[in-house]
Design a protein around this ligand. Sequence first.
Ligand code: 6GU
Length: 286
Amino acid sequence: MRLDIVSIFPEYFAPLDVSLIGKARERGTLDVRVHQLRDWAHDVHKTVDDTPYGGGPGMVMKPEVWGEAIDAVIAGGSPTTVTEGGPSTTVTGGGSPAAVAGGGLPRLIVPTPSGRPFTQELAQELADEPWLLFACGRYEGIDSRVMAEYGTRLRVDEISIGDYVLAGGEVATLVMVEAIGRLLPGVLGNAHSAVDDSFAPGAMRNLVEGPVFTKPPVWRGHEVPPVLLSGHHGKVARWRRDEALRRTVANRPELAAALDPETLDKHDRRLLEELSFRFQPEDMAN
Ligand code: 6GU
């Protein structure tokens, strides 16, 4: 997968050199290119923002500089490609669209708190794309005509990573790149480690994961639940599901409320009944 990121703060993306994503880049599974937006600003101050039409606080990112940047990345080159210290330090633009399977166009991702929610399902959908281009806005956002313009040529998604406001799209992009990158074939060491994630499709779908333990069996007086040492796979599976249900009710009551009864067995339903009288509407008011 090829991943282009345009930002006025390329330094934010240093973490992409380490751990799973860094190794995926070294192996060539991931081709990440970070670009400095200001390289496409022409005035002496490298201006990228201006005051909003209609008034109001803050600044809006100018469409011309974004248009030039996105055009250049799509055309396969860039004035500079900033990946200092990383596995791709030698990459200095000049890549070509043909480097991407199919030689097609990227899907344009615009991180914004007003976007549609980023979910595991969307992460999987994006992991199936050959080429993503992240346009990281700062200030009050990017002039909306940029999304309108590229919407006629590319698939454009404005995406939010949650109901809080960040100072810019950089950290949101890191979050999305990590969630997407770990789904790429061969990125996780254990091919099965993504399948029972909380929110992964499958049997435990819509439940968060329960607690996990490793050695020693007793630590500072805290014991590992004996069932996990029993070697009884059926009992372990049942216990894990109970704990997943308990945690889902405690931490994510909205997920518990949305559980499809068809996916619940008698034991699940009995456990939920036991738990649910602690979650009467008045207790859920906070
Ligand atoms: Cl994608 N960007 C910003 N600036 N804030 C956010 C966000 C994105 N998602 C949640 N908050």
